[in-house]
Structure formats: structure tokens, C-alpha cells
Design a protein around this ligand. Structure first.
Ligand code: ADP
Length: 444
């Protein structure tokens, strides 16, 4: 069903108004038609009622059509305006269209078809224009919204940047505090260790058994405390990027064997078997021997600490890409996969409770991880709860220092990830006997 259009005819000539009404009725236009006779009445009618189209006589008694169009277009009234021109008015058509008329029609051409056609066209064009206006308005609104959101985002970005700066400053102060504290504590600690060692020497007087026992305890606790202080100092230096590697050419097997030998007493005290397997055609590496030793000490002391019975293996092999691998395996308590990532974070331990069974700062693996990264290597961890763990360090044979240019090959690997897997640790029990150094006297 065709919609009913609300139409206004503005014409002082009754015959012309009737002609419009008649033509539209004849064309079958469903409409409510109102009539006014001058421009003033037309403005009040349009101000009070919504019309779908206005047929406007160009020559009105109080003003001409052009003036009325200007008035209407500069007001809030939005309606299609079809101007009906008389004989000789046609040349004004361009002006009318420029002023905002939707269409014009010479009264001499008014017929039911042309009028209905002009009406439908004017209504269609007007509605399309209104839709464009609406879309334009919505676009402007969303543009303004976007600008506001952008401003809000920019404000938040600046806030985050400010907080980041504060965090960086807090972190720097924390590292500085740790470094200063551990450095300051090391001096009296060295004095405690030194003087207890002197006290234990017979030439400074014989101590009773009880006194010897007490001084030995002071010495051992002092050494332990110094080790912890050194860990905190190393970590704070690494954290602040102030720890530098001092690479040199050295024999990896020798460093591994001497480090393992230094730790014999620890294996002995827990009655653990130790197996060292070195399979290197070329044992020479270019790295910081002190830091490589430190990595091995960290892994071995963990293996000893977290293993109640069984064995610890150390395996050194050559791997593709001119790299070497150092693996430390144990038959200890193992690590659950959910903890794989966390244990490499500073101060993180699987058991964080105060009553935990195993002592430590929780810094060993964080330091190991940072050192391995600096060396351009990676860590692979395989572990199973209740069965054991394997930490495998893969390092380039020749490390590259960040700012060095020249002949050292850049063998930096992407060490960003710590690779974890939950394979059965039993798969690592196979061992080539030809190059294995074993310590059968430590076996139970
Ligand atoms: P710490 O040994 O001082 O606690 P680490 O950074 O060396 O700190 O180790 C972090 C945690 O990782 C340990 O507290 C322990 O929970 C876990 N872990 C490390 N090595 C082993 C291992 N060989 N077996 C079982 N758990 C281990």
C-alpha cells in the first residue's frame, strides 16, 4: 500500500491550487493536502507540521519564491520544495535551485503525470539527502568520540610511561641497595671468616674440643653467608647490567673436572654417586671460565640439595653449530611442569614457605639463566616429580661480547626461551663408558 504523503500547496491563486490538487488526485497519490495563500502562512504551517513536500508558487503576494526559499533553508525546516513557475519565470530556475529548491516546474506543464513524477522524485531525493545528513552527523559524532578516546589513551599512555619510569627508578634503587648492602656486609664477613681460620690454627693456642667445634661452626656459617652475599651481589650486578664477562681461551674439561672435584665432600656427605662423562674432541672454549664454573656450581649444588639418594651425572658433549652442552642430571625430588618457568625467576622457589625443607636464596637459577643469556646460550630443563631433573646448558664454543666488533663469530642464539619438557628422565641414564670418569668410592 502506497504511503500517505503530507503535502502543502502555497499559492494565492485558487485555480492553480485546485489544479495541483486535481492533478495529484488524478495521478492516484495518497495524500493529505493543505493549502496556504502567502509566504508568511507557509512558514507558520511548516513550523507546526511536518510535510513530505511543498509546492510553492514563485509569485506570492507578500514575497517572491526565492526569498521564501532562502528563509526556509536558513531555518531548521527541512522539506522538499518544488517551485511552480509562471510564464516568463523559467530563467530564474537556476537561482531557485542554487537557493535550495528541490525542483521546479512550469505551471504550463502541470499535468497529473509530471506533477506526480516530480513529487515522487523530490520526496526520494529529499529522503536520500536526509540519510546522507544523518550518516554525516553520525560520522562526525564517532569521529569526535574517537578523538576523545585517543586523548584518553594518550593520557593513559603518558601515565603508564610515568609509572614505568618510577618502576625503573625503584628497580634501580633496589639493585643499588642490594649491591651496596651485600658489598658492605662482605667486609665484616671476610673478617669473621679470616679470624675464625686464624683461631683454628694451633700456633695461636690450643682450643678445647668444644671451642674448636664452636669456631668451626662460626667459620662454616660465615662461609655460607659469604656465598649467599656473593649470590645477591652477582644478581644485583646482572640485574643492573653491570656484570661483564671476561672471556679467555680455556680447557672446558679441566674446569668441569676441578669444579666437580671441589664439590666431592658435598656428594660424600649425602652419600650420592657422581658420574662425570666428558665427550669433547676439542675441549678448548672461549668463555668466562669463572662464570662457567659458577653455572656448574649452581646446578650441582641444586642437584645435591634436592637429591636424597641415588646419583648425579655431569655430561659434557659437543653439539652441532660449534656448540658445547653441559648437562647435570639427578635422581632427586623433580620439578612439576607448572613450576618450570617460575624457578628461573629471581627469589622464586617451588617451596616458598618459611618452613621449607631446602635452604637457599632462590637466586641460583636466575643468575644461571642471566649468565647463559649473556653467553648467547640456552637452558633446557627436563624433569619429572619424584624421579629427577636434568638441566642442560647449550653454549657457543666461542662467545661474542655485546659490543665487540671484529673476528669473533657472532654465534648468538635466541636464548629468550627456556625450553621445558616432561620427558621421562630415565632416558638419560645411558652413558658411554669410554670417556666416563666415575667415582665408584662414592657409590653406596
Ligand atoms: P635455591 O636453590 O637457592 O632455592 P635456585 O634458583 O637455584 O634457588 O632454584 C630455584 C628452585 O628451583 C629451588 O628452590 C627448587 O625448588 C627448584 N630446583 C632447582 N634445581 C632443582 C633440582 N635439581 N631438583 C629439584 N628442584 C630444583
Amino acid at each position: 500500500m502506497e504511503e500517505t504523503l503530507n503535502i502543502l500547496v502555497v499559492d494565492d491563486d485558487e485555480v492553480d491550487r485546485m489544479a495541483v490538487r486535481h492533478a495529484l488526485t488524478k495521478a492516484g497519490v495518497q495524500m493529505e493536502l493543505s493549502e496556504v495563500v502567502n509566504g508568511h502562512d507557509a512558514i507558520s504551517a511548516l513550523a507546526n507540521t511536518n510535510y513530505d513536500c511543498v509546492f510553492l508558487d514563485y509569485r506570492l503576494p507578500d514575497q517572491d519564491g526565492l526569498t521564501l526559499i532562502h528563509k526556509l533553508r536558513s531555518s531548521e525546516i527541512k522539506v522538499p520544495l518544488v517551485v511552480l513557475t509562471g510564464q516568463g519565470d523559467e530563467q530564474i530556475a537556476v537561482e531557485l535551485m542554487k537557493a535550495g529548491a528541490t525542483d521546479y516546474l512550469s505551471k504550463s506543464r502541470v499535468s497529473s503525470e509530471t506533477l506526480a513524477q516530480v513529487l515522487r522524485h523530490a520526496v526520494r531525493v529529499h529522503r536520500a539527502e536526509m540519510q546522507v545528513v544523518l550518516a554525516d552527523q553520525q560520522l562526525r559524532e564517532s569521529h569526535e568520540l574517537l578523538i576523545r578516546k585517543n586523548q584518553e589513551l594518550e593520557r593513559q599512555r603518558q601515565q603508564i610511561q610515568l609509572q614505568n619510569l618510577k618502576l625503573l627508578e625503584a628497580s634501580r634503587l633496589k639493585s643499588q641497595f642490594l649491591a651496596t648492602m651485600s658489598h658492605e656486609l662482605r667486609t665484616p664477613m671476610n673478617a669473621i671468616i679470616g679470624f675464625s681460620q686464624i683461631l683454628l690454627r694451633p700456633k695461636f693456642g690450643q682450643l678445647s674440643n668444644q671451642q674448636t667445634d664452636m669456631v668451626e661452626r662460626i667459620l662454616n656459617n660465615g662461609k655460607h653467608l659469604l656465598m649467599l652475599l656473593n649470590e645477591v651481589l652477582d644478581f644485583s650486578r646482572l640485574d643492573a647490567g653491570r656484570l661483564e664477562l671476561k672471556p679467555e681461551l680455556f680447557d672446558l674439561s679441566k674446569v668441569i673436572n676441578s669444579t666437580v672435584a671441589e664439590m666431592h665432600s658435598l656428594f660424600e656427605s649425602k652419600q650420592l654417586s657422581l658420574l662425570v662423562h666428558t665427550d669433547l674432541e676439542n675441549p678448548l672454549v672461549f668463555n668466562d671460565s669463572v662464570r662457567v664454573r659458577q653455572i656448574l656450581v649452581n646446578l650441582l649444588s641444586n642437584a645435591i640439595k634436592f637429591t636424597e639418594a641415588g646419583e648425579v651425572w655431569v655430561e659434557i658433549t659437543e653439539i652441532p653449530g660449534n656448540r658445547v652442552a653441559i648437562a647435570v642430571r639427578d635422581t632427586g625430588i623433580g620439578i612439576a611442569p607448572k613450576d618450570f618457568k617460575h624457578i628461573f625467576e629471581a627469589f622464586r622457589q617451588v617451596d616458598q614457605s618459611i618452613t621449607r625443607k631446602y635452604p637457599g636464596t632462590g637466586l641460583g637459577l636466575a643468575i644461571t639463566d642471566a649468565l647463559v643469556r649473556m653467553m648467547g646460550g640456552k637452558i633446557i630443563l627436563e624433569s619429572q616429580l619424584g624421579v629427577g631433573s636434568m638441566f642442560r646448558i647449550e653454549l657457543p664454543r666461542q662467545i661474542t661480547l655485546p659490543n665487540t666488533v671484529g673476528d669473533t663469530p657472532s654465534l648468538y642464539l635466541d636464548s629468550d626461551e627456556i625450553m621445558c619438557s616432561t620427558q621421562n628422565p630415565h632416558q638419560f641414564h645411558t652413558q658411554s663408558s669410554k670417556a666416563a670418569i666415575s667415582y665408584p668410592h662414592l657409590k653406596r
